[in-house]
Design a protein around this ligand. Structure first.
Ligand code: GTP
Ligand code: MG
Length: 202
């Protein structure tokens, strides 16, 4: 399940414009700034393949990256970026949801959730939407390296993870698989690659 080769292929804003070679793919989705592009770079061991930023709203298209000439990793715009112009946000939301519903080669959506803070309503809403539409998904908890001090009112990633799982249980017939990760320490990288390999051979 090693990544030998990773190439940027194209950016699309419509499902119809995505690559048509029929290879299986996995899409990274999550709140703006949750670490989608950073995780992609961590998975492929390249610092700058997908562009990242401290400011939310960096990724604005459906970006396809071809891995080992045999499958795709797909970087998507984040949801919940309040400062982006309304028109732009609605547009991102429309084309990403159309992509989830109609992209036949999509094996699983990887929903990224920030483990360093308590769950946000918009994340619960998104998980609920994916569940309602029966879109296969995996939950990826990000930023597990960020450990806030308890005395400062911070909570441990493990606590946020447990709370989130309790909150979404009702949205799914079977609880989605989940993986804890960090793009800083590369925690979870091998587990994600193994999980993706298993899903591809299914
Ligand atoms: P959009 O494209 O704007 O939706 O954001 P994104 O989800 O792609 O986030 P991006 O990867 O650009 O990262 C956002 C910020 O979070 C950057 O400053 C990253 O350095 C930081 N970040 C991402 N992953 C981690 C992580 O695992 N740990 C820590 N500590 N910081 C992270
Ligand atoms: Mg991004």
């Amino acid at each position: 399940s090693h990544v030998v080769q990773a190439d940027y292929v194209k950016s699309s804003v419509r499902t119809e414009d995505c690559p048509s070679d029929g290879l299986p793919e996995f899409a990274l989705v999550g709140r703006s700034n949750v670490g989608k592009s950073s995780l992609l770079n961590s998975i492929v061991r390249r610092k700058k393949l997908a562009l990242t930023s401290k400011k939310p709203g960096k990724t604005q298209c459906i970006n396809h990256f071809k891995i080992n000439d045999s499958w795709y990793l797909v970087d998507l715009p984040g949801y919940g970026y309040a400062s982006a112009p309304q028109e732009l946000r609605v547009n991102w939301d429309n084309f990403t949801k159309d992509y989830f519903l109609n992209r036949s080669t999509l094996v699983s959506v990887f929903l990224l959730i920030d483990a360093s803070i308590p769950a946000k309503q918009i994340d619960l809403d998104y998980a609920s939407w994916l569940g309602q539409n029966q879109i296969p998904m995996t939950i990826i908890f990000t930023k597990c390296d960020k450990r806030k001090k308890r005395k400062n009112g911070g909570r441990r990633p493990e606590e946020n993870v447990n709370d989130f799982q309790d909150l979404i249980r009702g949205f799914f017939e079977t609880v989605p698989p989940w993986i804890m990760t960090s793009s800083v320490t590369n925690q979870g990288r091998d587990e994600i690659l193994l999980h993706m390999a298993q899903l591809r051979n299914y």
